[in-house]
Design a protein around this ligand. Structure first.
Ligand code: COA
Length: 222
């Protein structure tokens, strides 16, 4: 494991048993790892040496964060998600469960990835040329990516865009637009909050007798 001089993890961190911080990587031998104040790392989390993480990181169980990753403040990454090496992640990004963030992906601040989002970075797997050009997408500030979405290499998802559940996104999506389908088509602008309020159904947790409406609140917002 990483020698103490190279591990800079704030004393305010809460680490469950079986968390590994500073896992060595052959790609960047003996590189420093920094983890800012108030991290809460749950069991099974592994963070490689050679990454830099801001304040308030929250992980679920069995999360892997590889080397040469830069993460901002107040980011949460839920159970069974993997952030591969060389990614850049802004502030307040939420990555839900079972997500794969491929090498060299960029997620700007306030991006949300729903469960099962899968990101690709190698257009023709097995091809040398494609491997050398490996690059994940750029997801701009505040974009919301629905459940089970697949994002192909190189694309840009615009600021505040919404990608509908199950989409396979092969082309850029402009700022503020909704896209869905396979291949995803840009359908219309993201509606205002009045449309959304009229469209959604009454909160189910209120009917089930749990959740915020009944004073039960998760310690972490998802
Ligand atoms: C894209 C989305 C925002 C649109 O919601 P909406 O404004 O209520 O749209 P509607 O349900 O009125 O759908 C309009 C049409 O698009 C279709 N459609 C909606 N979402 C779709 C999707 N993800 N993929 C394919 N078609 C979709 C509907 O079937 C409907 O088609 P029709 O007119 O032929 O019946 C929503 O469907 C969606 O996918 N949200 C993401 C949910 C999610 O993953 N949340 C993550 C947190 S767990």
């Amino acid at each position: 494991m990483l020698s103490e001089g190279l591990l800079d993890i704030a004393g305010t961190a809460i680490l469950d048993d079986s968390v590994l911080v500073g896992y060595p990587s052959a790609r960047c031998d003996a590189a420093e790892l920094t983890v800012g104040d108030n991290a809460h790392l749950r069991s099974g989390t592994v963070i490689y040496a050679g990454s830099s993480i801001g304040r308030g990181l929250q992980t679920g169980h069995n999360v892997v964060i590889r080397e040469q990753v830069r993460i901002g403040d107040d980011v949460s990454i839920w159970s069974n998600s993997v952030v591969d090496y060389g990614c850049v992640i802004g502030d307040r990004v939420k990555i839900h469960s079972n997500c794969y963030i491929a090498q060299y992906t960029e997620l700007e601040s306030d991006v949300f990835l729903a469960p099962g989002v899968i990101i690709a970075n190698d257009l023709y797997p097995g091809s040398r040329a494609s491997g050398d050009a490996m690059a994940g997408p750029l997801i701009r500030e505040g974009a919301q990516i629905g459940v089970n979405v697949t994002l192909l290499p190189y694309i840009t998802i615009g600021r505040g865009a919404v990608i509908g559940a199950g989409a396979v996104v092969t082309r850029d999506v402009p700022d503020g637009m909704i896209a869905y389908g396979n291949p995803a088509a840009v359908v219309r602008p993201v509606p205002d909050s009045r449309y959304v309020e009229a469209r959604v159904q009454p909160a189910r947790h209120a009917r089930l007798g749990s959740g915020p409406a009944n004073g039960v609140r998760s310690p972490i917002r998802t």
